[in-house]
Write a protein that binds this ligand. Structure first.
Ligand code: NAP
Ligand code: F7E
Length: 383
């Protein structure tokens, strides 16, 4: 009998990679999908099977983290061996705009899943993974951050996730449930949402290289993040649920980098050198040099003349609209526990991650090039 997993947030970055990974391992994967007025399954369309297909190993259910009865019904129907609770309003800046909804979906939503498992008498059958986050460390109390570092959340998102973290621990201790937190540091990929900083940068680099856009406005260039590849991080989720006893684990690379340096790295992937001058909202990034051979190899010789005209011009500006009311200045994780207990380790360097994303976005923008600006969501207007 194949194992059955239920993934909330199946249409998101991690949900897509995890579904693929579990299906390859022989699981039947059930996913919770929100109703949307447009298709929202782009990331998992390659895994989708028509309902008329016999012996499906990927099944989607309409649902929402704010609807207890719906969650309870689906968990009762599916009788999962493992639940990966990945659904969340996951954008930190947006959580300041929709704090109550974020608390409901990210905080109480987790309680709904745990309580459904308990009420359905599935506590000894169903193992639960909770998508906790390095945002819990917020105003960091220790560098690097590990499982014992005190939390200090700095956004409605992080506060909602703090509740979710502790309610998971509480259900484990109160009812003996196999419920665990993965405290995952930032992880990125070509599937990353377009308004998170790495993807905003790699998309902008691709569009600037192709001459589709002149520049990009960013927020705080000095904050530091510990970035890994989502493909590595979903393996940690799986390993956490394969342990005999439930526990909480930091998943990170142990390397931290400023946003500014990630921007420089991304431009370097297309052979463009960018330098910064000025401070705070007056800081600007401009092109100093072009490696013509690299640019031609990665982007295409036909785009070279246009980018050469941009030497000395500004390609990155700062708009304080992207600053957050309270910022998380630095995150860097100590992954000793996950390395030693789970045998997990990251395989992608930051440079390999950056290259994966930039090359993907150059190819994507070339495909979309015919749409020109009118066909795009304008990158700069989003957080
Ligand atoms: P993501 O790409 O934003 O995906 C979030 C998923 O949750 C999407 O499938 C989304 O559906 C779904 N969702 C949002 N609100 C929902 C609701 N009310 N009901 C049902 N589904 C809902 O996030 P991700 O990067 O894959 O992250 C997965 C989880 O890990 C999230 O809980 C996130 O907070 C957490 N996390 C992420 C990171 C990271 O660096 N990526 C680090 C630590 C923790 P739509 O597709 O319809 O929007
Ligand atoms: O911001 C700065 C911004 O939005 C990273 C989520 O997956 O990881 C993610 O949360 C940093 C912040 O991710 C822009 O101020 C500068 O310091 O990519 P981000 P995040 O807030 O760290 C954690 C672990 C999660 O759990 C979350 O779900 O980059 N920054 N300029 C910018 N950020 C954005 N988005 N846009 C900018 O223009």
């Amino acid at each position: 009998m194949s194992k059955v997993a239920l993934i909330t947030g199946v249409t998101g970055q991690d949900g897509a990679y995890l579904s693929e990974y579990l299906i390859k391992k022989g699981y039947t994967v059930h996913g919770l999908k929100r109703r949307s007025s447009m298709f929202n399954t782009d990331r998992i369309d390659h895994l989708y099977q028509d309902p008329h297909h016999e012996n499906r190993n990927m099944i989607l259910h309409y649902g929402d983290m704010t609807d207890s009865m719906n969650l309870t019904r689906i968990i009762g129907d599916v009788q999962p061996d493992e639940i990966y609770n990945l659904a969340a309003m996951s954008h930190v800046k947006v959580s300041f705009d929709v704090p109550e909804y974020t608390a409901n979906a990210d905080g109480i939503g987790t309680l709904r899943v745990l309580e459904a498992v308990r009420l359905l008498n599935l506590t000894s059958k169903t193992r639960i993974y909770q998508a906790s986050t390095s945002e819990l460390y917020g105003l960091v109390q220790e560098i690097p951050q590990k499982e014992t570092t005190p939390f200090y959340p700095r956004s409605p998102y992080a506060v909602a996730k703090l509740y979710a973290y502790w309610i998971t621990v509480n259900y484990r201790e109160a009812y003996g449930m196999h419920a665990s937190n993965g405290i995952l540091f930032n992880h990125e990929s070509p599937l990353r949402g377009e308004t998170f900083v790495t993807r905003k940068v790699t998309r902008a680099v691709a569009r600037i290289a192709l001459g589709l856009q002149d520049m990009v406005y960013m927020g705080n260039l000095s904050s530091k993040r510990d970035w890994g590849h989502a493909k590595d991080y979903i393996k940690a989720m799986y390993l956490i649920l394969q342990q005999d006893t439930p526990d909480d684990y930091v998943i990170s690379t142990g390397i931290t980098t400023t946003i500014r340096d990630f921007i420089k790295m991304s431009f370097a992937e297309v052979g463009v050198t960018v330098a910064f001058r000025g401070e705070n909202e007056n800081e600007q990034g401009y092109i100093t040099e072009i490696d013509e051979q690299k640019f031609s190899e990665v982007v295409g010789e036909e785009y070279l003349e246009r980018i050469k005209e941009r030497i000395g011009k500004m390609v990155v500006g700062v708009d304080p609209a992207y600053f957050r009311p309270t910022e998380v200045d630095i995150l860097i994780g100590d992954n000793t526990k996950s390395r030693t207990k789970l045998g997990w380790e990251p395989t992608y360097t930051l440079q390999a991650l950056c290259q994966d994303m930039v090359i993907h976005d150059v190819e994507l923008m070339k495909k979309e090039e015919y749409l020109k600006n009118g066909g795009y969501k304008i990158l700069n207007y989003f957080e």
